[in-house]
Design a protein around this ligand. Structure first.
Ligand code: PMP
Length: 406
């Protein structure tokens, strides 16, 4: 089923051809950020060399061109995630800012008896933000447990969901464990109770075909840099009927309608939630990344990533002293593990000496690590451009690591 031309794909990522200490780079830290294809680098360069200007306000051709490209990028995102309306796509600096915009507004609406539901597998971005919104408003934060494989306990989810639940915020995919949550079913359940639903799509966006209407949530948020796009740009998608009167986030230029010295009124979507000069080149770069990604056969991408994970899982099971962390039945290519007698940070260090880039630590999920009783893990995370040979290289290097450390 693997119909991707990996050589052709890899050829489009200049960084994959560099060496680390004389060893070919094996980049297995894709859950942290993905590498960028030439098409994205070129789109950003092209913007700055050909049509750099501020958007929405110029009386000159460059400004018109920049505005056109910037707004076209919004169309690209809208059609990529199947948004009903382009005005539902709000540019942010990333997932973190998008969640903050929603939580900031929600904190103004929450009452002391209200409840917010998140899960035990949250990234800090979708935990601390809600925790603080609850602290500010007096609402309670409820945590849906996971099982020891890292799958969400959906029965507990149903139990914890009550008439008091005003907001449900959960990840599409866990960054630390790779677990894919059944977001459509969970969203339907939460909506039936009258809650708003936010899906943290930071890890979901690059691994599946996301259709926000089909999912049915009120908000879906993601970062460009995990989708082969640049850092510093991301998306808050929200249903127009929910977003149109959402409490404004930042104030300033672009987001207003009328301003006097003493008062101001707010503009329409999407501008009312986009104060100040946006990351124009970032948005254009993200659109180029989406165009690039959409040329691939998503089914083949998913099959390839599953094959990489299956290969790593097979080698992991045969590896004495290796414990896999996160073995939910439905998961993406995140291989989190521990090696008996080796601290995760030391594993990362020794792999790096061999050109292999992974991430170690708590993966911005300290409470999850506490729940699992772990000091952290070593995590290899796969993307479309990784090869089975690279997975072999990881395990060869892990054998060396074990000999050195254990
Ligand atoms: N949520 C999840 C599940 C993530 O993996 C990440 C990034 N590691 C974030 C949120 C935060 O994304 P960003 O740092 O790009 O804002």
């Amino acid at each position: 089923p693997d119909s991707l031309n990996l050589e052709a794909i890899r050829a489009q990522f200049p960084i994959l051809h560099r060496q680390i200490d004389g060893k070919p780079l094996v980049y297995l830290d894709n859950a942290a950020t993905t590498q960028k294809p030439v098409a994205v680098i070129q789109a950003i360069t092209d913007f700055y060399t050909q049509c750099n200007a501020n958007v929405h306000r110029g009386a000159h051709q460059l400004a018109d061109e920049a505005t056109r490209r910037f707004e076209q990028a919004r169309d690209t995102v809208a059609s990529f995630i199947h948004a009903a309306n382009r005005n539902e796509v709000i540019w942010t600096s990333g997932t973190t800012e998008a969640i903050n915009i929603v939580a900031h507004g929600m904190a103004q609406r929450l009452q002391p008896r209200d409840e917010v539901l998140v899960t035990e597998m949250e990234h800090h971005a979708n935990l601390v933000t809600w925790q603080q919104a609850c602290l500010r408003s007096g609402a309670s934060l409820k945590i849906v447990p996971i099982d020891d494989n890292g799958a969400l306990n959906t029965e507990a989810f149903s139990r914890l969901l009550t008439e008091r639940t005003r907001m449900v915020a959960l990840p599409h995919v866990s960054n630390a464990l790779g677990t894919i949550n059944p977001i459509k079913a969970l969203t339907a359940e939460a909506k039936a109770k009258g809650a708003l639903v936010l899906i943290d799509g930071a890890q979901g966006i690059a691994h599946g075909a996301v259709d926000v209407i089909d999912i049915g949530a009120d908000f879906y948020v993601f970062s460009g840099h995990k989708l082969f796009g640049p850092t510093g740009v991301g998306v808050l998608w929200g249903k127009a009927e929910v977003l149109h009167n959402w409490p404004v986030w930042q104030t300033g230029g672009e987001m207003i309608a009328e301003v006097s010295y003493q008062t101001a009124t707010w503009g329409e979507l999407p501008n009312r939630l986009e104060a100040g000069t946006p990351n124009i080149a970032g948005a254009i770069g993200l659109a180029a990344a989406i165009d690039w990604f959409q040329q691939l056969d998503i089914k083949a991408v998913q099959a390839h990533e599953r094959a990489l994970l299956a290969h790593a899982t097979k080698l992991g099971q045969a590896f004495a002293g290796l414990q896999m962390v996160g073995t939910a039945p439905d998961k993406i290519g995140v291989f989190s593990f521990l090696l008996q007698g080796c601290h995760p940070a030391d594993i990362g260090f020794i792999l790096d000496r061999q050109g292999i880039a992974i991430r170690t630590g708590s993966h911005c999920a300290q409470p999850l690590m506490q729940r699992l009783g772990l000091p952290g893990t070593a995590r290899a995370s796969f993307s479309v451009y990784n090869t089975l040979d690279e997975v072999d290289a990881l395990f060869l290097a892990l054998h060396k690591t074990q000999q050195m450390l254990a």
